[in-house]
Design a protein around this ligand. Structure first.
Ligand code: ADP
Ligand code: ADP
Ligand code: ZN
Ligand code: ZN
Length: 834
C-alpha cells in the first residue's frame, strides 16, 4: 500500500487493521478524519464491505454495546465485522439508500420533521373561525385519531367496488367466472349454485342479464339462505326444488360487494387482503375532499390556506408563502400569535432552505415517500442531518449523486462541505468522477469484483492514483477515456406523443426515434420520469392492450391510479412489446433471489434430481426448493435465519441454529452434484457458477449474461432483499436479454447506471447497443454524460424542476444538444464530448 502515514496519531485517523469482511483480503488502512473520503472501485470490489460492512458496522456495534450491554450476545450473533481492530473510530451515522419500500404513510413532511412544525404553526398561530376553540398540534395530523377525517379514517380516499371492477369481462357467464371478485374455489362455486337455486341464469354472458339482476347479485346486502344441490344442472336443480328433494346443505348468499369489503376489513391473511384489494377502486373522500383531516382542523387557516393546501405547495412556494410571517408582516394576527408565527415560520423557512440548497425545493411536504426516488430520499435525510448540529461523527453515504444531474451535484458538494466544516468525517461510496476529484482522500478498492477484488489499491489524495496501473478507476479519472465516435443511427420512424399531461407535464408534445438509442436528460424533478417511465409507458401499454406492470405485492391498500392524459399520434404500430426495466425489487422476501428470479434455479434443481443418489431416494426437483416443506430446514422454514426480538431495539436476524443458514434439511444436503450440495450452489457467485456449470449449456447463457452485465460477483442465492435497486434492474435486464429477441421491442430504463463504476457502465452500454442493433428501441433516463454522449438522440427536459420544468428544452443528436443555449445539460455534455 502506498501513501500511508505510518505515524498517524490516533485522533486524526481511523486505523483499520486486518479487515476480512466478505471479500476483503486482510486489509490494513489509515483514513484521515474530518475529511471527505471517497471509496471507489468496480461493483462488487468491496467498497461497501469496507465502508459499511466494516467501519460503520463496528461503530454501530460499539454504540449498541454502550446502550444495551445485555444485548451483547445477540449483537455478536447478528454479525460482528470480521476485523482485527479499528482505532480512532468516532460514532457513525449511515445515510444509505433505502432498499425495499418505505412506509406508505410517511411523507416528505414526516421524514424531514417539517410536519410537526407546521402543525404547531396552525395550532398556535392559525386563524380560527369565530367561537372555535384552539386545537392541539395532534388535531392537525391525519395519522392520529383526533385529527383524522372520520369518514375516510385519514386516508383521503374511500374505496368502493364497481360493476366494472368486479366483472372485468362481461362477455363471460357467471359459470365462466364473470364475477372475478368472488372468492376462489369451493366458496365461489357455492355462491354460483345458490344463484341457480334462486333462479338466475348462470350460463348467459353477464352483459345479457337484466340490470336489476346484475345489481342484486353484486350489490345486495341481503343474505338469503337457500338449498344447494352441487353438481346439478340448472334444469336438475329446478326439478329437485319442485320435488322438494333434500339438498346437500343450506347455503348463505353474500353480494360480491359485501364479500369484498367485508374480507378487506376483517381478513387476517395478507394474501386474501391483496386479492380483494384488486377489485376496489379509490375515489377522493367526499367529506374531506382528500385532505384527510376532520372538518375543525381544516377550518383553521394560515396565510389564507388550510394546512392541507399549504403542505400541497412545493417547498419553494411554501417558503414564499411563509416569508411575510417571518418578516412580522402577518397583519391580521394578534400580537402573541404574530410572535409565535414569526418564530415557527422562521424555523420552517430555514429548514426548507436546507432542502432547497440540496435541489429539493420542487417537492411538496405532502408527497408520499414511496413515490420518491431513493436518491431524493437520501438527500432528504441528509438535509435533516445538516441541521442536527452533530460534530465529530462519521457520515457514511452510499452513492449520494444517484439521480442527480451534474448541475444538481453542486448543491450536494456544498452540503457535504458544510458537514465536514462542522467537524465531521464524510465517507462516501461513489462512482461519480467529479466527487472523486473533489475528495480530500481516495480509497480505491479492487482491482475487480468478488474474489478478484477486496484489496486496497490506493489510499491517499486523489492525484496519487494516477500512478496505480492496476486501478480501473485511474483510467477514467485521468485519461478521460475518449470514446471512439460512433456513427449515429439514423431513425427511420418516430413514436410521437401528443398533449401529454402528467405531474408537471402539461399538454406536452414529444417524439422518440424508433430503432435508436435515446437518452432523456434534465435536472432532478424536471419531469424525465413523468415523461418516460410514466406517460410513455402508460400510453404504449394502453396501445398494446397490456396493463402497466402492476405493483402487485407493493401494498395491501388499493392503489389510486394517477392518470396520464395524452395520446400517441404515430409510430405505435412499429412497437410490438414494451419492457420497462425498472429498479423495483425483484421480490420482497428473502425467498426470492437471483437464481429463482432468472429461472436458472429450476435447471439446477433438475440436475440435482437427476443424480443417482436422488433417484434412489425418489427425490424430485421440488425436494431441492427451499420453499417446499419436504426438502427444507423445518426450524427456519427454508429462510436460513430466524428473527430475534430485542426489547427497545430493532429486531435482529440471526443465522438459523439448525441449518446454520443452509436453508435445507440434512437429508437434502446429502445429495451432491459434482461434489457440491444444493446449498453450496446457492452460495456460489455467478462467476464461480460459470466455471462450475461449464458443461451445462442451459445454465451458461443466463450466467454469461449476468456476468457480462457486471453482476459476476453476486451469489446465486443472494436474497432479493439484499439487492440494491441498480442490481435488481440489471438482473431484470439480464433476464430479458436471455429471451430471444424478435426486434420491435421498446425498452425503457430509468437511470441504469446507478451503482455502476464507469468500467461497468461501458459493459452495460455494449449490451444496450446490441439490443438496438437487433432492431429494438432503447430509451434511458440518464445523468451520466458519457452515456448521453454515446446516444443516437438526446431529449433534454427542463429547464428547471417542478413547475419550472416540464418542457422539452432541446432534442437532437448529442452534438446538437451540446450546442443548445438554455439547456442546463449542454455545458456538461460539451465537456464530455471535447
Ligand atoms: P461494492 O460495494 O464494491 O460494490 P461489496 O462490498 O458490496 O462491493 O461486495 C464485495 C463482495 O462481497 C462481493 O463479492 C459480494 O458478493 C460480497 N458480499 C456483499 N454482501 C455480502 C453478504 N451479505 N454476504 C456475503 N457476501 C457478500
Ligand atoms: P425527474 O424524473 O426529472 O427527476 P419527475 O418526473 O420525477 O422528475 O418529477 C417531475 C415533477 O413531478 C416534480 O415536481 C415531482 O415532484 C412531480 N412528481 C413526480 N412524481 C410524482 C408523484 N407520484 N406524485 C406527485 N408529484 C410527482
Ligand atoms: Zn375524508
Ligand atoms: Zn434452518
Amino acid at each position: 500500500m502506498r501513501a500511508q502515514r505510518p505515524t498517524a496519531t490516533p485522533d486524526t485517523h481511523v486505523r483499520v487493521r486486518g479487515a476480512r469482511e466478505h471479500n476483503l483480503k486482510d486489509v490494513d488502512l489509515d483514513i484521515p478524519r474530518d475529511a471527505l473520503v471517497v471509496f471507489s472501485g468496480v461493483s462488487g470490489s468491496g467498497k461497501s464491505s469496507l465502508a459499511f460492512g466494516t467501519i460503520y458496522a463496528e461503530a454501530q456495534r460499539r454504540y449498541l454495546e454502550s446502550v444495551a450491554p445485555y444485548a451483547r450476545r445477540l449483537i455478536d450473533q447478528a454479525g460482528v465485522p470480521d476485523v482485527d481492530s479499528i482505532e480512532g473510530l468516532p460514532p457513525a451515522v449511515a445515510l444509505q439508500q433505502q432498499r425495499g419500500t418505505p412506509s406508505v404513510r410517511s411523507s416528505v413532511g414526516s421524514v424531514t420533521t417539517l410536519s410537526s412544525l407546521v402543525r404547531m404553526l396552525y395550532s398556535r398561530a392559525g386563524t380560527y373561525p369565530a367561537k372555535q376553540p384552539m386545537l392541539y398540534a395532534e388535531d392537525f395530523s391525519p395519522n392520529t385519531a383526533q385529527g383524522a377525517c372520520t369518514h375516510c379514517h385519514g386516508l383521503g380516499h374511500v374505496f368502493e367496488v364497481t360493476e366494472a371492477s368486479m366483472v372485468p369481462d362481461p362477455s363471460l357467464s357467471i359459470r365462466g367466472k364473470a364475477i372475478a371478485a368472488w372468492p376462489p374455489a369451493w366458496h365461489g362455486q357455492n355462491l354460483r349454485d345458490i344463484l341457480v337455486t334462486l333462479g338466475y341464469d348462470v350460463d348467459v354472458p353477464w352483459r345479457d342479464l337484466p340490470k336489476k339482476d346484475r345489481d342484486w347479485i353484486l350489490f345486495t346486502d341481503e343474505q338469503p339462505v337457500a338449498p344447494v344441490y352441487p353438481g346439478f344442472t340448472p334444469k336438475e336443480t329446478r326439478a329437485a326444488l319442485r320435488r322438494k328433494e333434500e339438498p346437500a346443505y343450506m347455503g348463505t348468499f353474500m353480494g360480491a360487494r359485501k364479500y369484498v369489503l367485508h374480507t378487506f376489513a376483517t381478513t387476517q391473511s395478507a394474501t386474501m387482503k391483496k386479492r380483494v384489494a384488486r377489485y376496489m377502486v379509490g375515489s377522493v373522500c367526499p367529506v374531506c375532499e382528500g385532505k384527510r383531516l376532520k372538518r375543525e382542523a381544516l377550518s383553521v387557516t394560515f396565510a389564507g390556506l388550510d394546512i392541507a393546501e399549504l403542505t400541497a405547495l412545493s417547498l419553494d412556494r411554501m417558503a414564499e408563502t411563509l416569508q411575510p410571517a417571518v418578516d412580522g408582516r402577518s397583519r391580521k394576527l394578534s400580537d402573541d400569535k404574530r410572535l409565535a408565527a414569526q418564530r415557527l415560520a422562521q424555523d420552517l423557512v430555514e429548514r426548507i432552505g436546507t432542502l432547497q440548497a440540496l435541489g429539493l425545493g420542487y417537492l411538496a411536504m405532502d408527497r408520499a415517500t414511496p413515490t420518491l426516488s431513493p436518491g431524493e430520499l437520501q438527500r432528504l435525510r441528509l438535509a435533516t442531518q445538516l441541521r442536527s448540529h452533530l460534530f465529530g461523527v462519521i457520515y457514511v453515504l452510499d452513492e449520494p449523486t444517484a439521480g442527480l444531474h451534474p448541475a444538481d451535484s453542486e448543491a450536494l458538494h456544498h452540503a457535504l462541505d458544510q458537514l465536514r466544516a462542522a467537524g465531521n468525517s464524510i465517507f462516501v461510496v461513489e462512482h461519480d468522477l467529479e466527487m472523486m476529484r473533489r475528495a480530500d482522500w481516495l480509497v480505491d478498492v479492487g482491482p475487480d469484483a468478488g474474489q478478484h477484488g477486496g484489496r486496497v489499491l490506493y489510499s491517499g489524495p486523489p492525484a496519487g492514483l494516477r500512478e496505480v496501473t492496476q486501478s480501473r478507476t485511474a483510467r477514467y479519472l485521468f485519461d478521460r477515456e475518449t470514446q471512439a465516435p460512433r456513427t449515429r443511427r439514423k431513425p427511420t420512424q418516430w413514436l410521437a406523443l401528443e398533449h401529454v399531461s402528467r405531474n408537471n407535464l402539461h399538454a406536452l408534445d414529444a417524439r422518440f426515434p424508433l430503432g435508436a438509442f435515446t437518452a432523456v436528460t434534465g435536472v432532478s424533478g424536471s419531469g424525465k420520469s413523468s415523461l418516460v417511465s410514466q406517460a410513455l409507458v402508460d400510453l404504449v401499454c394502453a396501445h398494446l392492450g397490456t396493463a402497466p406492470e402492476a405493483d402487485e405485492q407493493e401494498s395491501d391498500v388499493p392503489t389510486v391510479v394517477v392518470q396520464t392524459s395524452g395520446r400517441i399520434a404515430s409510430g405505435a404500430d412499429a412497437i410490438r412489446r414494451l419492457v420497462n426495466v425498472d429498479q423495483k425489487p425483484i421480490g420482497r422476501t428473502p425467498r426470492s433471489n437471483l437464481a429463482t428470479y432468472t429461472g436458472l434455479f429450476d435447471h439446477v434443481r433438475k440436475l440435482f434430481a437427476a443424480t443417482k443418489a436422488a433417484k434412489a431416494r425418489h427425490y424430485d426437483a421440488g425436494r431441492f426448493s427451499f420453499n417446499v416443506a419436504k426438502g427444507r430446514c423445518e426450524t427456519c422454514e427454508g429462510e436460513g435465519f430466524v428473527m430475534v426480538e430485542l426489547l427497545f431495539l430493532p429486531s435482529v436476524f440471526t443465522p438459523c441454529p439448525t441449518c446454520h443458514g443452509a436453508r435445507y434439511n440434512a437429508k437434502t444436503l446429502e445429495i451432491q452434484w459434482q461434489g457440491k450440495n444444493i446449498a453450496d450452489v446457492l452460495g456460489m457467485t455467478v462467476e464461480e457458477a460459470l466455471a462450475f456449470f461449464a458443461d451445462e449449456a442451459a445454465l451458461q447463457r443466463p450466467l454469461h449474461l449476468l456476468h457480462a452485465i457486471g453482476l459476476g460477483y453476486l451469489r446465486l442465492g443472494q436474497p432479493a432483499t439484499e439487492l440494491s435497486g441498480g442490481e435488481a434492474q440489471r438482473i431484470k435486464l439480464a433476464t430479458e436479454l436471455q429471451r430471444s429477441h424478435r426486434g420491435d421491442t421498446l425498452y425503457v430504463l430509468d437511470e441504469p447506471t446507478t451503482g455502476l463504476h464507469p468500467a461497468d457502465v461501458d459493459r452495460l452500454m455494449v449490451q444496450l447497443h446490441e439490443l438496438v442493433d437487433a432492431g429494438n428501441t432503447v430509451i434511458v433516463v440518464e445523468h451520466e454524460m458519457r452515456v448521453v454522449a454515446d446516444a443516437d438522440w438526446v431529449i433534454d427536459v427542463g429547464p428547471g424542476a417542478g413547475d419550472a420544468g416540464g418542457k422539452i428544452v432541446a432534442a437532437g443528436t448529442p452534438e446538437q444538444v451540446a450546442r443548445t443555449k438554455g439547456s442546463r445539460t449542454s455545458s456538461y455534455l460539451r465537456k464530455t464530448m471535447d
